[in-house]
Write a protein that binds this ligand. Structure first.
Ligand code: NAD
Ligand code: UDP
Ligand code: UDP
Length: 330
């Protein structure tokens, strides 16, 4: 717990989402005054309901594509749908959220001389041709494909952060977040871990896209939040983006088998068509995060998956067991 004198006013955009709600919880626990701003597009008040009684926590319904005038010391800009199914549902709004949203949050940071941390993504590397991905790799992105609203939106947000820094001397930090999972993902999120877990618990076949050879690296949410907080706290402004993720790479077929085993489920797997432009391999180099922040993820996949399975089990009675797969209407 930090001392009262270190208490800051902190804005978390997207604070009612999966990552944002864990971050709000962590910042409130540290004694900060937290303002959660969210338009509830993919987030929910339920994610932060347990914080509402805390005098240090406030929530505001607002779309960050519109200007925001508040008084804070630090800004974590997390607002943006992150699941491919959700960010492709209204792609123009996704780009607006990344680009107009970043301009507004950077304008706010500029007026207040506040620190800003931008939630970027491993998707800026696209269907990477270099493994693992280091921050100096420029990526391999289809600028006109179905994922471009997210990938290019986030790339432009990074550009804006760096230009506000160079042009206006802003104190900005960019976290390139790799696949993160854990409790409070929504059953209808559509991303792979929540799909596999809900399917395994319902006894349904796990929907493996393609032949299951595509890889990802999965970081447990608590580790990721620790990385974000350390990046914001860093005294020296980093020269550019910092990867945050767990470098343990796994194929989707192996991930499905792991979930089935840990959930002690009788489910099998069903192979389904690969989504367009789905990156084949993804794995972070976290050398930079390790050197700058002294950060490494400490939750292994089995422990993180067990915690996530436990969460969905407890949620069990409150959802119908049906998750969101590609091609299923929202
Ligand atoms: P999420 O969808 O659970 O949360 C996003 C939140 O932003 C939601 O609460 C949503 O309602 C809100 N939001 C969306 N558009 C908004 C707008 N215009 N104005 C205000 N609020 C808006 O996703 P998440 O996994 O928590 O991701 C949070 C951030 O981290 C995103 O910026 C995402 O790109 C980034 N990220 C996440 C991952 C991951 O694996 N979880 C990986 C890479 C990057
Ligand atoms: N902005 C905001 N809150 C503030 C200050 C600015 O939302 O407290 C928004 C505003 O919409 C502005 C944008 O941030 O257009 C960019 O601000 P900046 O000062 O960089 O540029 P300008 O005001 O000249 O457009
Ligand atoms: N995937 C899958 N089954 C699902 C959902 C996703 O096999 O039900 C695959 C998807 O094709 C991708 C990987 O899992 O190769 C991660 O997908 P996700 O949507 O979670 O995130 P991404 O990293 O693609 O943004």
């Amino acid at each position: 717990m930090e001392k009262e004198s270190n208490s800051k006013r902190i804005l978390v955009t997207g604070g009612a989402g999966f990552l944002g709600s864990h971050l709000c919880e962590r910042l409130v626990a540290q004694g900060h005054d937290v303002l959660c701003v969210d338009n509830f597009y993919t987030g929910s008040k339920r994610n932060v309901a347990h914080l509402l009684d805390n005098a240090n926590f406030e929530i505001m319904r607002h779309d960050i594509t519109f200007p925001l005038y508040v008084e804070v010391d630090e800004i974590y800009n997390l607002a943006c749908p992150a699941s491919p199914i959700h960010y492709q549902r209204d792609p123009v709004q996704t780009t607006k959220t990344s680009v107009h949203g970043a301009i507004n949050m950077l304008g706010l940071a500029k007026r207040l001389h506040a620190k800003l941390l931008q939630a970027s993504t491993s998707e800026v590397y696209g269907d990477a041709r270099r493994h693992p991905q280091t921050e100096d790799y420029w990526g391999h992105v289809n600028p006109v494909g179905l994922r471009a609203c997210y990938d290019e939106g986030k790339r432009c947000a990074e550009t804006l952060c760096m230009d506000y820094r160079r042009q206006h001397g802003l104190n900005v930090r960019i976290a390139r977040i790799f696949n993160t999972y854990g409790p409070r993902m929504r059953p209808h999120d559509g991303r792979v871990i929540s799909n596999f877990v809900t399917q395994a618990l319902a006894g349904d076949a796990l929907s493996v896209y393609g032949d299951g050879s595509h890889t990802r690296c999965f970081c447990f949410v608590d580790d990721l939040v620790e990385g974000l907080v350390r990046l914001m706290a860093l005294d020296v402004v980093p020269d550019g983006p910092v990867n945050l993720g767990n470098p343990e790479e796994i194929s989707m077929l192996d991930a499905a088998r792991r979930v089935i085993a840990l959930a002690q489920s009788d489910s099998g797997v069903v192979f389904m068509p690969l989504p367009v432009d789905d990156p084949c391999r993804r794995c972070p180099s976290i050398d930079r995060a390790r050197a700058l922040l002294g950060w490494v993820p400490c939750t292994g996949l089995d422990d993180g998956l067990s915690a996530t399975i436990g969460y969905f089990r407890r949620l069990g009675e409150r959802f119908d067991g049906d998750c969101l797969r590609v091609g299923v209407a929202l």
